[in-house]
Design a protein around this ligand. Sequence first.
Ligand code: CA
Length: 669
Amino acid sequence: MRRSFVLLALLGLLAGPATAADIGNHDWRQHGEDSAERRYSPLNQISNDTVARLGLAWEQQADSRRGLEATPLVVDGVMYTTSTWSRVMALDAATGKLLWQYDPKVPKAWAKRLCCDVVNRGVAVQDGKVFVGTLDGRLLALAADNGKVLWEIDTLVDREAWYSITGAPRIVKDMVVIGNGGAEYGVRGYVTAYDMASGKQRWRFFTVPGSPDGPFENPELAEAVKTWDKDREWTGGGGTAWDSMAYDPELDLLYVGTGNGSPWARHVRSPGGGDNLFLASILALDPDTGRLAWYYQTTPGDNWDFTATQHMILADLTIEGKARKVLMQAPKNGFFYVLDRQTGELISAEKFVFTNWASHVDLKTGRPVETGLGTYKDEDKYVFPAASGGHNWHPMAFNPDTGLVYFSGREAGWVHSKHDDKWFAYGADNLSELIGEQQVPESTGFLKAWDPVQQAVVWEQALPNTWNGGVLTTAGNLVLHGTATGDFYALDARTGTVLKHIEVGTGMIAPPISYAVNGTQFIALMAGWGGPAFNTLEGDEALLRHDNAGRILAFKLDGTEVPLPPAVAPRGPLPVPPEITADAATLEEGRLLYVRYCGSCHGMYGSEPMLPDLRRMSSATHALFNRIGREGLYENAGMVSFADEISESQAESIRAYIVHLANSTRAAN
Ligand code: CA
């Protein structure tokens, strides 16, 4: 009798409605909530029954008008997050009150070494220390209670090379682990573990060999080098570990995703062919030694910027009746992978977007079967997915209650040009010829709920822009995410029904988190659109509706309305640019230089919404063009001098191309 009463009471606790007393305080201590990176919150005060009451708890300005990508952490009721330029903020997680901030004073000139905005994806917190990697390649430990620098080290092997750090450090045991980016700019990738207390280096794993004859700084490179043309020009190589890591304490394996080849074109990078290990790979490392346990290469001989740095989730799934310890990733290349995380064995891989470079992944060999539609050595090709990926860094989420993985991505293609050499993105203007007989999708964004056992979509939400937010899922049977168009959604995790829509105004790319303080559950995220300007779509007015002033938003039940940022006035037609006479060769030179040095911030169409649209330059700005571009006139605003890269006559070619761009846009409208 008594036993069954206790049992009933226990059942009541487990199944009953959540009350304030139930949830108490609950932190979000790690980048992916846990080291398996599930991004699943066990909190359920905000649920599909209550989420209609969701409103604003607090907001705090992030002093930024560019992309905000960080996952905030909440440790002992304090939120630690980052804004642009690797700046760190600590806030009271219940009220949003700013406790301290720290600016590592990244030199503004570093901005030109970045493909994809002055972003940072967050900090790691452990033992009273806040760890942050900076755009210019430093790793810092700050005191969690006041932001004072405890130690600071330089992680770069070469400060002249165009390295950068945008990713969040990860804590493994008593170490802090960080990689870097820069594979668009000819660097050699590596990941390093440092002693958490002192910053002293424990080990470093280079992801690609640096020369045919060594030194092989890690012994695995002696094998990897055989997959490269030894007569290649031995610079860079790529394979940068710029974002994703996960850790399984039971198997004691650290998983690291590696990036694309550098340069992109494999016929330039390794003319004799080869898989070019360890590009576009998932590495399983022994965290004590940095030695490789196994690897799986998603895109052998990468040719398309198909990084495997995308979010990896560790989960236990039942597949064909067997319990499997899996690792899941939806990298840029368009296939959703399920691997055995103990051995690296490929369990399954299926397309999650339109993909034309490979027909399928052969389960026997574990290799994609290329179609030839992606080979652009001799002719330009329109390749799907685009270089921005079917899915990019925007974190996914795995809900163990539904067994589904949720992620935002895009249907999009990219022109790879036969002219691509050390550089990329030369593009082409004969798109309809390139498409030819192929049935290709329109560019569009989505949020998908994916069944990793069946390898099939369960439901999806169509999104108008292609560059949207990361995802959170919760025990309240919810999926939560923000979009490029400034819309925050809560959906039913099982059905995809929109249960709550909050207009935020500010575009979002970062993922939400959830935590509880004193019995109140919060959902919070960074709002501020940005990233690679190559993604902006010509005429995408939805992106321009509101000012992009970055802020941190926290929601709770029975909160208030979210104040909308000032509306952006309709921009009107392009002004008439000054007349410039330039021959076709000058315009082509200007186009290539524009793509190389201007487009990644100002946009491929000259229409990036966060930074000035160069087609709209006034005659005064035209007159100052050379001084702005080569003398650093606007350096304090982040527009640094390119005097080392371009001559005065080249600057004039770029200006001629911008005028040409403005005139062709005007003629088309
Ligand atoms: Ca890349």
